[in-house]
Structures are given as C-alpha cells and as structure tokens.
Design a protein around this ligand. Sequence first.
Ligand code: PUT
Length: 276
Amino acid sequence: VIPGWFSVTSPMWPGEAHSLKVEKVLFQGKSEYQNIMIFQSATYGKVFVLDGVIQATERDDCAYQEMIAHLPLCSIPNPKKVLVIGGGRGGVLREVARHSSVEQIDICEIDGMVVEVSKEFFPDLAVGYEDPRAVPEGTYDAVIVDSSDPIGPSKELFEKPLFESVAMALRPGGVFCTQAESIWVHMHIIEDIISNFRQIFQGSVNYAWTTVPTYPSGVIGFMLCSTGGPAVDFRSPVRSIEDDDDNQKEALKFYNKEIHSAAFCLPSFAKKVIMH
Ligand code: PUT
C-alpha cells in the first residue's frame, strides 16, 4: 500500500492491484448492502468505489456507460421500452435517454444510498433520473444490467434465475446486454454466462469489449444476446445515435458506429473460448 494512494485488490483478480493517487476523500458511508466511498483523484477526476472496488471515474466512465447502452440499443430498429437493472449512478439511464425512440425507462437499483450519493457527487451522471420516461413496469425491447462484480450484492445478477427472468421480460427480438467482466482475468465467468445464455436465449449470443483504464486489466466486456423472433445482428448497428441527433453526437465521448462493430472483434485466445 502506497500512502496517499488508493489501491484496488480483490479475490476477483488475485496477484494484481491498480492504484490511483488520492487528492481528497469526499464521502465514506455504509449502506444496507455495501461500503461506499467517493474520492477526488489526481488524474481521473472523482472516483466512485463500492466495497473497495472502483466502479466509475469521471474521466473514463464514458467508455463503459456509452457502450453498455448503445451497443444493444443501436442494434434494434426502434427501442421504446427499456429496463436498467443496477446502474444506480444514473449513467446508463442518461445514455438510454439519448435515444429519441425510447418512451419508457424502468430502473431497478436495490441500493438507495448509491442513487443519493451519485446525485450529490456525480450530477452529470444522475441527470438521467430527471428524465420523465424513467417510470416502472412492462415488457421490454431491451434490458441492460449494469452491475458491480459477482461477489457481494451483485452475485445474483450473474446467475441463471436472473437471466431467465430477463428472457421472460423481453419481447420477441428484444435484446439483453449485461456487464461481463474481462477476457484477461475472468474467462471462467464469461464461459459460465455464455453457457447459461445459450440455454436460455433463442437468438444470438455475443461478447463485446471496451477499454476502461481504471478497471482491472484495463478492459471490460459485455454479453449481448437476443430472444427468438426477428434476428439481431449485433455487429452491424441498424441505427446510429450520431445520425439521430447532432446534439447527441456531440455529447458522446467514446461510442461511435465504427467502435460498435469493432467491439465484437476478439483476440484469438478469447475467440477460441467464446466462439467455440
Ligand atoms: N459496473 C462495472 C463495475 C466493474 C467493476 N470491476
């Protein structure tokens, strides 16, 4: 441990740590579910930490939030009704709200303190909560799970019963996107998710990835799949949020249609496991 630095270690990535220099601790608290900390870092802006693991920083969060929302939503023609599970910081909600076709966004976050401190310290993310389309219930064009790692309160978000419930909540041809960890350190988790998805979802099952420097290994991925019904080719977006609205194009920091397709290209070692 280096004094004045925050180091992330976890049994999820044994033998490695990632550290950021801390300028000031802004918030420390314990909710019903987890420890929450927010600090000002020297190089990544404000940093949001749950149970000692970095969940988001002001600087690189765009590479996660934009991808987890726009990869599924730009892959189907007219998303209207979207469910976000987890994602209490509001960033996924904000990205979903950029789609003008979306009429209803439901959000299901168990930890109220995550929502409250995000509104206070990350107002740019929590702006999604102001959107009048964020109301409960329904059957969905898209479901997005923005979770922390599968230890602690998010464990169930990586298990079969949740995936089965999602499959039932989606319309035919609807799409599901979930945080699916890193090809460098979590291949066993990815293999488990794929095996469950292949049993549950009748459409295609795909893995895409993005770079987030403050996540372990600097990489994180998403599993994307569709239910039976109209086929969805995730690699070829059918809509472009950039063409949809010039203001949204300016607002995006990471996502574009080229990076959408590129995200599904896998290094050979991952391809062998994921595409077999
Ligand atoms: N929401 C993604 C968090 C991942 C932390 N390792």
